[in-house]
Design a protein around this ligand. Structure first.
Ligand code: PLP
Length: 393
């Protein structure tokens, strides 16, 4: 990678991203190829986006077909590509109503508006979120997040938002009341370091929901779309959320997100109350239909098998490096390795071995590979990981 490019980037862009020193040429399947001819094994998958891997032939064919018909006409029109996608989504999700967005943060902002609209006549206004959560970068969701680095000196934020401790039943009991309109949570916190919701805590949410009648918003943007081997990560728990938000893997690499809700709740919005110019772009929906078709036709079963194998191999690593690796976290193909040092160091060592992964929450190595990852890819990853850990003093 040329120093020149790093310099040019620093002169042209807002310096908001820590980029890896790799100049991409193209990407295919589980691999990314750089301009120097190197091939990298991708265990980041565009941050849990490239569900079917890179350049999936089915996705390319579907978007090519749609591109040649039209790229954008706006949501003023009826579009068969959107309808086909949403029908598939309804079947897989069990939710009757869908609002299509461009991104995750936009889906969550919509969910906040929807619950507030639902709560206004019921005297309910307060939204509760949890420590370590990540819901996006816009003001509504930032008001529901506690990490200072994302928020400092950019306020003020929204009122009637409370952030309490994840997995803490007492905090929940002490905070929820008649004013609570909704809680929003990730059942597996992605950016928060692959922390999983505790079953007893989820039961406590159910009990309080019965008592106070608030709504549950499941942010499945990183953990959903088949990543745990079920369509939603909350299906690994005993709970029925009222609203679910999705994005990332949903468009298979193109920007596509959604809000899912049942009919009664969706009906609190009347025409014109919410909208977007680009949301539900037909090219993205064409790609999304391919993702959903693959998930329905065996990909989730594959995720369960591959996730189990990855877990076993990570436990081998845990046993091999007891001082350096402290814990294996996660379900299916959203996995974390808790380290006793800064995960950024391991990311750099892995990169030297042509493996791409990233750090979440400082000391956790996050693994969110494409859902099509094979046992052979996992073996290659584990061998590189082992070498990288040996290299770290
Ligand atoms: N919610 C979760 C759980 C996420 O992981 C993310 C992104 O990482 C978002 C929301 C925000 O999504 P986007 O970056 O598409 O706005």
């Amino acid at each position: 990678m040329h120093q020149n490019l790093i310099d040019i980037e620093s002169q042209l862009f807002f310096q908001t991203y820590k980029r890896l020193p790799v100049e991409i040429d193209y990407a295919k399947g589980m691999r990314i190829f750089d301009k120097d001819g190197n091939s990298y094994l991708d265990f980041l998958g565009g941050i849990a986006v490239n569900a079917l891997g890179h350049s999936h032939p089915g996705i390319i064919e579907a978007i090519d077909h749609q591109l040649r018909r039209y790229m954008h006409v706006s949501n003023y029109f009826y579009q068969d590509t959107q309808l086909e996608f949403v029908e598939k989504l309804n079947k897989l999700s069990g939710f009757e109503r869908v609002f299509l967005s461009n991104s995750g943060t936009e889906a969550n902002e919509g969910a906040i508006k929807l619950v507030r609209r639902w709560g206004i006549d019921r005297g309910k206004t307060d939204i509760i979120a949890f420590s370590g959560g990540f819901h996006g970068r816009t003001y509504g969701v930032l008001s529901l997040m506690d990490k200072p680095h994302y928020k400092d000196k950019m306020g003020p934020y929204l009122d009637n938002m409370k952030i309490i401790k994840y997995n803490d039943i007492d905090d929940l009991n002490n905070t929820v009341n008649d004013k609570t309109v909704a809680v929003i949570l990730e059942f597996i916190q992605g950016e928060g370091g692959i922390s999983m919701a505790n079953e007893k805590w989820v039961d406590a949410i159910n009990i309080l929901k019965q008592k106070f009648g608030f709504l549950v918003i499941a942010d499945e943007i990183q953990s959903g779309v088949g990543r745990t081997g079920k369509f939603f990560s909350f299906e690994n728990y005993n709970i029925n959320p009222d609203i679910v938000t999705l994005a990332k893997g949903l468009g298979g690499g193109l920007p596509l997100g959604c809000i899912l809700a049942h009919e009664d709740l969706a009906n609190v919005w009347e025409k014109g109350m919410h909208g977007t110019t680009f949301g539900g772009n037909p090219v993205a929906c064409a790609a999304g239909s391919v993702v959903l078709k693959e998930l329905k036709n065996g990909l989730m079963e594959h995720v369960i098998q591959a996730g189990k194998y990855l877990h076993e191999r990570l436990e081998y690593i845990l046993n091999k490096f007891p001082g350096k690796v402290l814990e294996v976290r996660g379900l299916g193909l959203i996995k974390g390795l808790l380290l006793n040092f800064d995960a950024g160091k391991l990311v750099a060592e892995l990169l030297k071995r042509k493996i791409i992964a990233n750090a979440a929450s400082g000391s956790v190595l996050r693994l969110v590979p494409p859902l099509v990852v094979t046992n052979q890819d996992i073996d290659e990853f584990i061998s590189g990981l082992s070498d990288a850990l040996i290299a770290i003093e």
